[in-house]
Unconditional design. Sequence first.
Lengths: 395, 123
Amino acid sequence: MDRVVYMDHASTTPTDPEVVAAMLPWMSERFGNPSTVYSLGLTGAKAVQDARESIAKAINADPEEIYFTSGGTEADNWAILGSADAHGKKGRHLITSAIEHHAVLESMEYLAKRGCEVTRVPVDGGGLVDPEEVRRALRPDTVLVSIMHANNEIGTIEPIAEIGRITREAGVLFHVDAVQTAGKLPLDVEELGVDMLSISAHKFYGPKGVGLMYLRKRTRITPLLHGGGQERGRRAGTTNVPGIVGMAKALELASVRMAEDAIREAALRDRLWEGLSAGIEAIHLNGDPVRRLPGNLSVRLDGIEGESMILMLDMEGICVSSGSACTTGSLEPSHVLLALGIPAEDAHGSLRATLGRSTTAEDVDHFIKVFPPIVDRLREMSPIWCANCVCKQRN
Amino acid sequence: MYSELVMEHFRNPRNMGVIEDADGVGEVGNPQCGDMMRITIKVKDDILEDIKFQTLGCGAAVATSSMVTEMAKGKKLDEALAISNKAVAEALGGLPPAKMHCSNLAADGLQAAIKDYRERRQA
């Protein structure tokens, strides 16, 4: 296997060499703890402050509204658990969507087991949340609405600004999981009307293990991590200086090239879809055909299962993922695909390719060339695929 | 995630296909669960003369299907019936824990095919 075609950028991205270079001094000669008072530590404190200012500027926030975390999962957990706890006197009703990341859904589930009520608003066949559904779900005791900016499986981009107007009008907190959009779409916390926003660095060519939560000024929240007084007493734990410096650098680089990347990746994604749909029968697009992330292509194929496609593509050097249960060891197919109204047996046959900065037209053409024979082979093996009967009629 | 032997069977499945004039057919699993298997057998003098499989499913589902056909081919029916899902997994050098439950149905498929053969003979 000589050639590696990496098409799983929604899962993680390679750290940009410029980001690595920016991080290195903070792991070696400038290793000091920024919470100390001597100069070796204080230079780290200054670097973290610079990073905070640069990131705040990029999302139109104040530096004091940025709280560094260990990643997107911590930010999601904190936003939901921390605000539900701090606002428990107002009420115990929470609203989210049916297609959120598990970091949000499981946090909601945790609260539901402890007396909160959770409403999961449905999505349409392309994965879009209707802002009016959110409005209808609001109650006097609603404390929080949490809706993702873009979905990690199907790439559908939600109408966040519209939902933000509704929550603001109602005086309800609004959290947005922006893990899939940071560095890919412009983020402006004022325009989006959010009170909390989660970001993870490794999704935009930054390092793993670092992220942040934007928390609007004067928003009450209970800390998740207790200990030292870091992050203005709201998030304890020794400051991850190299990670934070790397994340700021990655966001700075992304801001510069965002528009160009989006155009290039969308063109390659469309080329991939055209090639695959021309060479394979009974292949369907998942998600919204228009309102989706530029690099995302989510498809499903009749008569075959996702993991076996991934294993065979891996033999050809292509890295993709699936919405299939088998990859996570559960029998359940993806909750996202089921929420779109896709039957379980079809959802199992899904595949997600997410393109990124390194993706070339040659990569796309390689995929288009090697995938059809794999599909043929798996369908030949499949007891439910018959070349001339039911499967074709479903189209 | 998978052992080298599982991947080897996945890459080069043994006895894949359908016996058109089969003496017995076994179907287990369900497309809604993402795993389904059909085993067809040819029996002569109480011996599994030929066996073929078709499988919809993950790497483990394909590898266990392939392995069970290899283990059963040429065996007496009672010997073939004694092959358990666990024995198939062991012959493959083990499966990831999550796969033991969901994708390890190959022996069930074989048993269903043998049962079908015996029922047909009684009929």
